[in-house]
Design a protein around this ligand. Sequence first.
Ligand SMILES: *Cc1c(COP(=O)(O)O)cnc(C)c1O
Length: 395
Amino acid sequence: MDKIYFDHNATTPVLDEVFDAMLPYLKEEWGNPSSIHWAGRVPKKAVEDAREKVAAFLGCSPVEIIFTSSGTESDNLGIKGLAYAKKKKGNHIITTKVEHPAVLKTCKYLEKEGFEVTYLNVDEEGMIDLGDLKESIRPETILITVMYANNETGVIFPVEEIGRIAKEHKITFHTDAVQAAGKIPIDTSSLDVDLLTISGHKLYAPKGVGALFVRRGTRLVPVIHGGHHERNRRGGTENVAGIVGLGTACEIATRDMEKERAHLEKITKRLENGIIERVPDIHINGGGSPRLMNTSNISFEFIEGESILLGLDMHQIAASSGSACTSGSLEPTHVLLAMGKTAELSHGSIRFSLGRTNTVDEVDLLIDVLPPIVERMRSMSPLYAGSNEPVVFKR
Ligand SMILES: *Cc1c(COP(=O)(O)O)cnc(C)c1O
């Protein structure tokens, strides 16, 4: 039985091309990029070449890219760095209730440091209301941080409009684009965004490398203090191989985006429609909003997502319930709760997130094995009396 992986929003495999590009920097080119002697020259050039590739991918200048250790660190640097730099100007930050913990927990931390944070609600389709955003702006608002696309539901936020609103009010705008990067085109030259986060391992590069776009003129207080690396904005000897991997992955993403989008859209629709046709009493979470073409988050009434996952795992199929970061905890996911789902429905949800190597055959196998698993679990569920209610789902 071949293994099937439908959990690309949790992490992606490293592409062969990415691995091959990295390998020299783990072997013969082991020098420190800060060294002025022979050993540093090639690694230094590799880091700067990678910076150009990431910049080309995001439509910015290489000096506007800071390499970090992760999406989490980029979010921390963007949010804390900006908050501390603008502390004298104001202490109010606006975000949403459905951000990744890397943003939510950073905002929670800043509340302890004297900042005030507004957490915007989302509607039942996982979408924010721009009217709410405008109303929450105060004279002391210094930062708006709203994700580009949600990792659990795939819902895409209106970052163009948010950027415009932020600019009008001279407020800095940060967006966590970790899930959007590589799936939808991101162009910082046409977006009013000042800070933007990406992460290597969600983009077919390895774990442990990320980047933060910082628009020229945006001042940040460093979060990691150390040497003069990254123009004094982030101390620490560069993860040369990881950075090269991220650069290569960005290059590949630019090259293959259109082709991959079409492929992913086709197979993800096939998966979702297959499940809609064969399984009653389900809800497509965020189905009424614009969504990433690879993500389908589905609530199955009367049963636990975790038990479906175990059933799928018997068939070597990997998917996830909630997000990888909160699975293992018994708390229902904050994203579905914010969308007004009951705790039961949140527990009964599964996220399928597809990637470039998934095939039609894999999807067809899933839609064959899933319905009997759900039926069997429901037949054992005390909550399930064989519902004759019409199926309610939105596309
Ligand atoms: C995965 C993820 C992160 C964290 O990135 P890491 O590189 O794993 O630290 C941040 N935001 C979103 C939306 C993510 O999906």
